[in-house]
Design a protein around this ligand. Structure first.
Ligand code: AKG
Ligand code: FE2
Length: 252
């Protein structure tokens, strides 16, 4: 990608706003990142029930960040994201690295209130499908729309169009940016399953363009089966800006 003016070309789907950039980094940049991630001191890993993570940039509190400098191997990526997207008013100062085994995922959730509402996720390793679902507080609106109560026709259509479940296929080396309604009105999550279906993914064409499946999978009718098998770990870098930075713990 040659600069922020090109970013609009990478918008996918109709929900505002999801941006998918295939091959944001090269395979050798991916290998170098993985080397740095797996070369970090083992204490840097925090094990959760369904994944491991490394926290870089400092400790995020509800009200802000107790900062720590990002290492140069991460700033080379975060600066590129800032420059090319033009979507962050300040430098990205926080990176969460998640590692998922093939059968691990992340529950549908919304990111915390301390972050500026633009998220950039760099994917490494195994592909995966991320699902965006309407926030429970919008369920009522959708249920009303479905039973055609109380919401006008145009609103109904718009409501459904905006808030159906949306799948995004995340290939290695790609960058996903999400903001606006995708950030404020949706939960995002990844199923904890070794097989992910990408049928109907909003970026299917862009994501599969340069990708050859090792063994095309066939369904019972002999047609192509749009699933990916997660045979290796997936590692993602969730890059965000915490605008409120506290230099001094006692000023919290
Ligand atoms: O691993 C991913 O792609 C998603 C991570 C995520 O949603 C988060 O860290 O908040
Ligand atoms: Fe998240």
């Amino acid at each position: 990608m040659e600069g922020k003016e090109k970013l609009n070309d990478y918008g996918v789907g109709s929900l505002p706003t999801l941006i998918y950039i295939p091959d944001f980094i090269t395979e050798s940049q991916q290998a170098l990142l993985l080397k740095n991630i797996y070369g970090a001191p083992s204490l840097k890993w925090k094990s959760l029930k369904n994944r491991r993570l490394q926290n870089w940039g400092g400790v995020v509190h509800e009200k802000g960040l107790l900062p720590q400098d990002l290492p140069p191997w991460l700033t080379s990526i975060t600066q590129k994201i800032c420059e090319q997207s033009g979507l962050f008013p300040l430098e990205i100062n926080h990176v969460l690295i998640n590692e998922y085994l093939p059968n691990q995922g992340i529950m549908p959730h919304q990111d915390g209130p301390a972050y500026f509402p633009v998220v950039a996720i760099l994917s490494l390793g195994s592909p995966a499908v991320m699902e965006f679902t309407p926030h429970p507080r919008l369920r009522l609106c959708i249920d009303n729309a479905k039973s055609n109560n109380s919401v006008g026709e145009i609103e109904t259509e718009k409501c459904l169009e905006d808030h159906n479940q949306i799948s995004v296929l995340l290939m290695p080396c790609s960058l996903l940016i999400f903001k606006d309604k995708a950030y404020t009105d949706c939960l995002h999550g990844i199923k904890d399953s070794e097989v992910h279906q990408y049928d109907g993914a909003i970026n299917e064409i862009e994501a599969m363009k340069n990708y050859v499946l090792d063994q095309p999978l066939l369904n019972s009718e002999g047609g192509d089966c749009k699933i990916i098998k997660r045979t290796t770990n997936r590692v993602s870098l969730t890059c965000r800006l915490v605008p409120n930075v506290h230099k001094n713990l006692f000023k919290f």
